[in-house]
Design a protein around this ligand. Structure first.
Ligand SMILES: C[S@@+](CC[C@H](N)C(=O)[O-])C[C@H]1O[C@@H](n2cnc3c(N)ncnc32)[C@H](O)[C@@H]1O
Length: 293
């Protein structure tokens, strides 16, 4: 069976065995959040994640999903897990972190907690607490020796930008086209590798843990589409051309579209037939666009 750009229909826990072990380089996914939405509206599916009666059941179900998924990921692979929180009876449940702790307890190594800041988050009518404008993206690994391409996602330096408050910051570089060693700090022990990377790397500083990315425009066809830019950042840092990227909760197929755009292969799973078909079509069409131009 050709697995390239295939989206399987079904429950992750039942379908995942169709993927070979140690096959996937990067998992980028956003499972349903606890108690937010109903995805299988037309034909109720009791395997749907997110509709559990209790938070414990939800966390247990996600843990089972990621236990089943884990052998499919290469030892050098990474898991990017996007999760949002839930209020119940005016109480913030802390769902993302509870899931993260449960995955840690099941052997996943938590490497980073990223705040996805949404500048165009839905307005809310609350007046007794701040309005939420962020979600989490957790970065997990299977081992401590994984593939990570920091250079692929560098961000602009701040210290020496036009807005820099640091007087004479550019003099650190000495003459035009000079290096820090030739500048006024030449010979200074502060110019260790980390500082070089932070302040002088020609392609920018190492990616930070707060990512400001607006919500996607493709939201009319599926409730909870995450932005291509978010997926792109995860994908570029954790994979190379022709690697397999996996989204076990495919939804409208955003992960697959980004994977194709960057010449990666995609495998998806989606429980609801309507979305599985929509995603397969979206990905197939994005393929033809890519080859036509
Ligand atoms: C938050 S949405 C994913 C949206 C996706 N990131 C996108 O950009 O379109 C989660 C998806 O998981 C699916 N889902 C729920 N339970 C599932 C299960 N047990 N196995 C596979 N998919 C499931 C839902 O139908 C829904 O489409």
């Amino acid at each position: 069976m050709c697995l390239k750009n295939k989206i399987f229909l079904g429950d992750v826990r039942e379908v995942c065995h169709l993927i070979p072990d140690n096959f996937i380089q990067s998992i980028i996914t956003s499972p349903p959040y606890f108690g937010h939405r109903i995805y299988s509206e037309e034909k109720f599916n009791q395997n749907e994640i997110g509709r559990e009666k209790t938070l414990d059941e939800y966390i247990n179900n996600l843990v089972v999903c990621f236990n089943v998924i884990k052998p499919k990921l290469k030892d050098s692979g990474l898991l990017w897990l996007n999760l949002g929180d839930t209020y119940r009876n005016k109480e913030l449940l802390g769902v993302p972190w509870r899931v993260a702790f449960a995955l840690i307890n099941n052997g996943w190594i938590l490497r980073s907690d990223i705040i996805w800041k949404k500048p165009n988050a839905m307005p809310s009518s609350v007046k007794d607490r701040p309005t939420i404008e962020h979600e989490y993206v957790f970065l997990f690994s299977k081992t401590t020796n994984y593939f990570y391409d920091a250079d692929a996602i560098r961000e602009p330096h701040v210290t020496f930008s036009e807005n820099s408050k640091m007087k004479g910051g550019r003099n650190h570089l000495g003459k035009k086209n000079g290096t820090p060693e030739l500048g006024k700090n030449g010979g200074n022990s502060n110019l260790h590798n980390g500082r070089w990377d932070q302040a002088f790397h020609p392609n920018g500083r190492n990616k930070r843990t707060v990512w400001e990315i607006p919500l996607s425009k493709f939201r009319d066809t599926h409730f909870a589409v995450y932005p291509e830019k978010l997926v792109e950042t995860c994908l570029l840092a954790s994979s190379q051309v022709n690697d397999f990227i996996f989204d076990p909760f495919t939804g409208s197929g955003t992960t697959g579209v980004v994977a194709k755009k960057h010449n990666r292969n995609f495998i998806g799973i989606e429980l609801v037939e309507k979305y599985q078909k929509m995603a397969q079509q979206r990905i197939d069409e994005s393929f033809y666009q890519a080859t036509l131009f």
